[in-house]
Design a protein around this ligand. Structure first.
Ligand code: KG4
Ligand code: ZN
Length: 333
């Protein structure tokens, strides 16, 4: 029997989940809206809001999962990567809670957890599989050999795919976080209206920095000729940018699948919520005979459910950490 309480506070979402014998029975996510005023996450504000949110989120998770504090057998937390001040709130709370309840502590790598979100619901991928992990801070192709035996076989050399979405949105005067809004507008636009060059990067790596700049120059040039270019073409710009990002991601994923001879293919992280990526992945699966795995929407963006399932698999191995554990320092991924 195991009841694991998990805490995720690596960026701007305070999330608390409960895993009861391998099943996620609560996944409370308190979003921080304050950052919308600034067009991006302000680390100092994020950690302050985590402090306000964390106790109510824990209380709500216990209610949703119909368990009490006394039922908890371990406390799992995100150790990193993430914003240090934000991580500190989660780590400090987890340590105090585990100490007070006299239960073990489990440290979880945020990027591992995004991948292990695939083990929350059925169908679950079988090992080995390839996972394209695309978030606001990371873009990686990971060869997943076992729950905690993972190898990064390709990654971005500069910006992440989520950043490319968010920066495009900012350029188009859409509020933060812009990724979901670009997705929304893209659904009404023509993906082939404007063409953006695909970066030529070796191996299975990515680069989005030059791509991002090319969008900036393109929009500025068009605006010189027509000051209303953005408002008149918003849906088409979003659809074209989204299409290009998705092509960049899928082309590398196809290359990796061929190179490793693997047809078990997963996507994870915030950008896996993107409708263009989901549709493109389905098309690739139909063409290439892949079995594809996409987490439920609530487990794509940052959430403690994924920390709880990772914590559960560590609990089974009795992989615990001591009270002296530091946030983030020298993590394996
Ligand atoms: O995994 P996540 O919640 O946080 C990080 O660990 O970074 O990912 C957040 C990123 C943001 O860049 C956000 O704009 C992007 O995921 N995102 C999307 C969509 N939903 C979230 N990007 C494109 N389309 C979406 N539907
Ligand atoms: Zn994340």
């Amino acid at each position: 029997m195991s009841v694991i309480l998990a805490i995720e506070s690596s960026c701007d979402d305070t999330s608390v989940a409960i895993c009861n014998n391998g099943k996620i029975t609560a996944n409370v996510i308190a979003n921080q809206t304050i950052h919308q005023n600034y067009g991006g996450v302000i680390p100092e504000l994020a950690s302050r809001v985590h402090q306000q949110n964390i106790v109510p989120a824990v209380q709500q998770a216990l209610i949703n999962a119909k368990v009490t504090k006394q039922d908890i057998n371990a406390v799992a937390f995100t150790r990193g990567p993430g914003l240090l001040g934000s991580l500190l709130v989660g780590v400090s709370f987890a340590k105090s809670f585990a100490l007070a309840l006299n239960v073990p502590l489990i440290s979880v790598n945020h990027m591992h957890a995004h991948i292990l979100a695939h083990f929350i619901d059925d169908p679950k991928p079988s090992f080995p599989f390839l996972c394209l992990t695309v978030s606001g801070g990371h873009t990686q192709i990971v060869l997943v050999k076992d729950y905690f035996d993972m190898e990064i076989v390709g990654e971005t050399l500069d910006d992440a795919a989520g950043e490319a979405f968010d920066k495009t949105a900012k350029l188009l005067a859409l509020p933060y976080p812009g990724g979901p809004l670009v997705d929304k507008h893209a659904q009404h636009g023509n993906p082939l209206a404007f063409k953006f060059a695909e970066p030529q990067i070796a191996d299975l790596n990515f680069s989005f920095s030059g791509f991002k700049t090319s969008i900036l120059y393109f929009v500025r040039k068009q605006e010189k000729e027509n000051p209303d270019f953005i408002t008149e073409n918003l849906d088409d710009i979003c659809a074209s940018v989204q299409y290009s990002i998705v092509q960049i991601l899928l082309n590398k994923l196809k290359k990796a699948a061929k190179q490793f001879g693997i047809k078990e293919i997963a996507i994870a992280g915030g950008v896996s919520a993107n409708s263009g990526l989901r549709n493109g992945l389905q098309q690739a699966a139909d063409e290439l005979g892949w079995n594809i795995y996409i987490p439920a929407f609530q487990y794509c963006t940052d959430n403690a459910g994924m920390i709880a399932i990772a914590g559960y698999h560590k609990f089974l191995k009795k992989d615990f950490v001591g009270q002296n554990v530091s946030p983030m320092a020298r993590m394996e991924f």
